[in-house]
Structure formats: C-alpha cells, structure tokens
Design a protein around this ligand. Structure first.
Ligand code: IMP
Ligand code: MG
Length: 185
C-alpha cells in the first residue's frame, strides 16, 4: 500500500482532534439526553472514536441515505435507505458526518430530523470542503477545513475501498464523480 497514498491528516492528528471534539461535546451536553446520529457508511469510524471520547451517557443510532444520480445532483433529492430506530422526542440530537461537500445531504437530513421534534439538533462534521457548497448548513462542530480534493480513509471511501485506513489520505486513482452513483453515501 505504501506509495499509493499521500497522507493528509495523520492518525495522531485525527485522534487529537477527535479527543478535542469529544471534550467540547462533553462540556456542551452535560445533563442532556444526547443521541448521536451517524450517517452510514462514511461516518462509522469517526462516530465510534468520537463516542469513546464523550464522557456522558449517550445513545447511538444510524441513518443511511443516498443521493440521486448526477442529473438531479443540484435538486438535493435524497432518499432514506435506512431510518433511525430511536424516537427523537425530547432528545438532544447530534448528527455525526464524515465530510460536507455540497451540503445537500446534510441539508436534507437536518430538515428531516427537525420535523421529528428533537429537543435540539446540531451537526458535527469531521471534514468540511467549503468550495462546492450548494446548500448552506450550520456546522456546530468541525474537525478540519480541507481543499476541494477527494480524500479517503478513516471511514471515507473511493469506490467502497480505503475506509479502513487509520489516516485521511489522497489516493491517486480516486473517482470523485462516482460518489453520486453509489448508494448509502
Ligand atoms: P454532499 O455534502 O451532499 O455533497 O455529500 C457529502 C457526502 O459525499 C459525504 O457524506 C461523503 O459520503 C461523500 N464525499 C464527499 N466528498 C468526499 C471525499 O472527498 N471522499 C469520500 N467521500 C466524500
Ligand atoms: Mg457520508
């Protein structure tokens, strides 16, 4: 594998940031009923590490969504493939996402979850690409701002591969446009 990737954010840098986010969330949610909502599949690695760095009783649940193909990309039409099991009533919900690009996925999820009457709703994203934003989404916790480039590792994929890398890297044969055709992302 060596030589195939360029390391953008090392394992150590990621872990330090996740600890920092965990400390901040612990302080902000003390005494509340925290529910972490992970967006499958990309956020899986991040949400597990983040949860272990939050020193509060909390629930974890997952949603899977899919964007429609390239022709409807700008419409922001998103389909729910797997819904939450938990009710959001009276819960303080924190959406945990791997990366924000156009913002269309999170914009849809945010509106959808807000309609279920949570006590509060915030968003935590590990990575933020600001350049391609089409829908403005309020990000309450952000790990890193990155350039408009395709990144993999720490849960993020290229053609479903590389999610298991412990760092965030750039992969030479990445196919940025394929993300619109893959379900669950
Ligand atoms: P958007 O904000 O609706 O455009 O979509 C964000 C989703 O696209 C993320 O949840 C990721 O699953 C995927 N995505 C965007 N950029 C990247 C990347 O650089 N690497 C891997 N997945 C990405
Ligand atoms: Mg995602």
């Amino acid at each position: 594998m060596a030589g195939e990737y360029e390391v953008l954010l090392s394992e150590e840098v990621l872990q330090r940031k996740v600890q920092e986010l965990g400390r901040q969330i612990t302080a902000d949610y003390r005494g509340k009923r925290l529910l972490l909502v992970g967006v499958l599949k990309g956020a899986v690695v991040f949400i597990v590490d983040l949860a272990r760095n939050i020193d509060l009783p909390l629930e974890i649940d997952f949603m899977a969504v899919s964007s429609y193909g390239a022709s409807t990309e700008t419409s922001g039409v998103v389909r729910i493939i797997k819904d939450l099991e938990a009710s959001l009533q009276d819960k303080d919900v924190l959406i945990v996402e791997d990366i924000v690009d156009t913002g269309l996925t999170l914009d849809y999820l945010r509106q959808n979850l807000l309609s279920r009457s949570p006590a509060s709703l915030r968003i935590c994203a590990l990575l933020n690409k600001r350049k391609e934003r089409k829908a403005p989404v309020p990000l309450d916790y952000v790990g890193f701002e990155i350039e408009d480039q395709w990144v993999v590792g720490y849960g993020l994929d290229s053609g479903e591969l590389h999610r298991n890398l412990p760092y965030i890297g750039l992969v030479k044969d990445a196919q940025p446009l394929s993300k619109r055709e893959e379900p669950c992302e």
